[in-house]
Write a protein that binds this ligand. Structure first.
Ligand code: SF4
Length: 603
């Protein structure tokens, strides 16, 4: 399209398989973006969002290449630019803000030097003016006390501050296009709202265009005016944000929207049945790419591939798009099973305080008290109960979780499992029964799964360790758990590096489940998952607690997920409980101002 900042026509990207056949990872994508436009790119893990984003920057992962089509940014194709021009383009006219700013900043360089480097590469400013420009960039991203902040290293900043620094670095080259890859995933809700407000202001004031990749439609709708829905490498719906969210025309968009948990809904989000086909399995030249998961499919959908058509001012790839506008959303099932007050207490926490200070002779002589990270914590979790632990970063959620898991020693107070095991002991000092009964699922499966082991070996280890099962029984249990977490059995032989982020997290959950625990500690386990996978995990956790009366401590910054999943909630701020009680009461009629401010940040 003429006048477009970015214009993509019929773009296909893929790789050559062992038989030298071309396999498409993204297929026939058409997209255009004008200055100041903000586009949200939404879809499940593995749909090709990141491949498209990187291709816009002229980057193709090893083995991938362009199969066809055209991509122009400001009249030039980044895919064929000389290396020098490409380097100027990236971070200059076009800048990427990554998901994990903490990992993208250089840990050994002070913030000032990192910003200086960005300015030296992507601005014409003389070096004498760099410091002044740093001050204005930090002011632009609303970071106070820039003089002090510039002297710090990345690890001395909070997650929200790191993300603002990443935005400041991206703005150093005054880009025309910002590419954002899940930049607020992992931030707590109040920080997320501030970052999104900031992005909105920047794009409105500078007319910087933006492509925002996320699995969270709530986040996308807060900052973008257009949304593109991607499935199995194809754009299946593209249009105005409000139209698309209020009245989706593609069954996949409907499915995604139905799988989002919302506050105060008494029905569960609905997960999309089935799985997105992998690139090598997408033989969809003569049928709709979504046909295997579409509950509205008709014979025509298996005979002809739908072209993109304009329906209600949107581009939609579906034979039945005009009818789909009238289809009602799928009703979720009722929430199931609540434990009674007569259920046995699994975890009892009383007057718990935790400190990271080490015992020292000086403190002993001076009588100086250690500084406490959490203080006076009291709660119980009963059999079959899910307790949500919410609060901003630094509120003490993870510290509590680590203490219960035996990774951190408490300073004072008591913790008991099943009124039998004293959890003040570190994990290494607990007996095997106690270890088996508490399992932990971490936020980041990359850090918790052994990259050199296959999925089968990862899942077999706890089965062998706790139950000494035979090889045949292990194999059967591995198959069973893979099915329960919605992964194909063929994944048995894969390594973590061959899985998407969502798939890795499902393996981490499966590994906890095979130990048949009484209590599972979940640390932000759904924050990196697609909404459809998240809905299936919510359903899975609810089913598990019903079937095996599992107790779950669920730490999350996503209050809607906690609302849908948990029975009780504990609200933490600065290491202290501000409010606790049944989720239905605390989230609908909060007593404490802090709970009210958290709830006000829900998108
Ligand atoms: Fe479903 Fe058919 Fe539309 Fe594909 S073309 S999304 S199978 S209704």
């Amino acid at each position: 399209m003429s006048g477009s900042l970015l214009s993509i026509n019929g773009l296909s990207i893929g790789y050559s398989d062992a038989q030298s056949r071309s396999v498409a990872v993204i297929s026939s994508v058409d997209l255009s973006l004008a200055a100041g436009e903000t586009l949200g790119l939404v879809g499940e893990s593995g749909c090709g969002k990141s491949t498209l984003l990187l291709a816009i920057m002229g980057f193709y992962k090893a083995g991938l290449h362009r199969l066809g089509g055209d991509l122009q940014f400001m009249g030039e194709d980044p895919g064929v630019m000389p290396a020098g021009d490409l380097q100027k383009l990236r971070g200059g006219r076009m800048a990427l803000i990554p998901q994990n700013a903490g990992q993208s900043l250089t840990p050994t360089m002070k913030i000032e030097n990192q910003l200086f480097e960005a300015l030296s590469l992507h601005s014409d400013l003389p070096s004498g003016l760099w410091r002044q420009r740093c001050f204005s960039l930090l002011d632009r991203v609303q970071l106070p006390d820039p003089g002090e902040l510039l002297k710090r290293y990345p690890h001395e900043l909070s997650g929200g501050q790191q993300q603002r620094i990443a935005i400041a670095m991206a703005l150093a080259g005054e880009p025309d296009l910002l590419l954002l890859d899940e930049p607020t995933t992992g931030l707590d809700v109040t920080t997320q709202v501030h970052v999104l407000d900031l992005l909105r202001e920047i794009t409105a004031e500078t007319r910087t265009a933006m492509i925002y990749v996320s699995h969270d439609i709530g986040v996308i709708s807060a900052v973008c005016n257009k949304i593109a829905i991607m499935y199995a490498g194809e754009l299946v719906e593209l249009g105005d944000k409000n139209d698309l969210i209020d009245n989706p025309a593609h069954p996949y968009t409907k499915g995604l929207l139905d799988s989002i948990p919302r506050m105060h809904q008494d029905r569960l989000p609905v997960s999309l049945e089935g799985m997105q086909p992998q690139p090598g399995q997408r033989n969809f030249d003569n049928q709709c790419v979504f046909v295997e998961r579409c509950s509205y499919a008709r014979p025509v959908c298996q005979q002809h591939k739908p072209d993109s058509s304009t329906v209600s001012a949107r581009q939609v790839k579906c034979h039945l798009a005009s009818e789909a506008l009238d289809w009602k959303s799928v009703e979720g099932s009722d929430r199931i099973n609540k434990p009674t007050k007569f259920s046995r207490v699994v975890l009892r926490v009383k007057d718990l305080s935790v400190s990271y200070d080490r015992p020292s002779l000086t403190r002993w002589f001076t009588g100086r008290q250690p500084s406490l990270v959490t203080q006076g914590i009291e709660f119980e979790i009963r059999r079959g109960e899910i307790l949500g632990l919410v609060g901003e970063s630094g509120s003490g959620k993870s510290t509590l979780l680590k203490t219960i898991a035996g990774l951190q020693k408490p300073f004072a107070g008591s913790l008991m499992l099943n009124d039998q095991f004293d959890l003040r002991h570190s994990v290494g000092s607990r007996d095997a029964d106690c270890q088996q009964k508490i399992q932990l699922v971490f936020q980041n499966p990359d850090a918790s799964l052994n990259p050199s082991q296959t999925v089968e070996a990862i899942l077999a280890r706890p089965i062998k360790l706790y139950f000494g099962s035979s090889d045949e029984a292990i194999r059967q249990q591995v198959d069973e758990i893979l099915t329960r977490v919605n992964l194909p059995l063929a994944y048995r032989t894969r390594y973590p590096g061959q899985l998407s982020g969502g798939e890795k997290q499902r393996i981490a959950i499966a590994r906890a489940l095979v130990a048949k625990p009484d209590l599972i500690l979940c640390d932000e386990i759904t924050s990196a998952l697609d909404v459809s996978v998240q809905a299936s995990i919510i359903k899975l956790l609810l089913r598990l607690r019903q079937e095996s009366q599992l107790a779950i401590l669920f730490v999350s910054h996503d209050l809607a997920v906690v609302d849908v999943l948990a029975d009780q909630v504990v609200v933490l701020e600065q290491g202290r409980i501000r409010e606790s009680g049944p989720v239905s009461r605390v989230f609908s009629d909060p007593d404490h101002a802090y709970t009210q401010s958290l709830l006000a940040s829900v998108l």
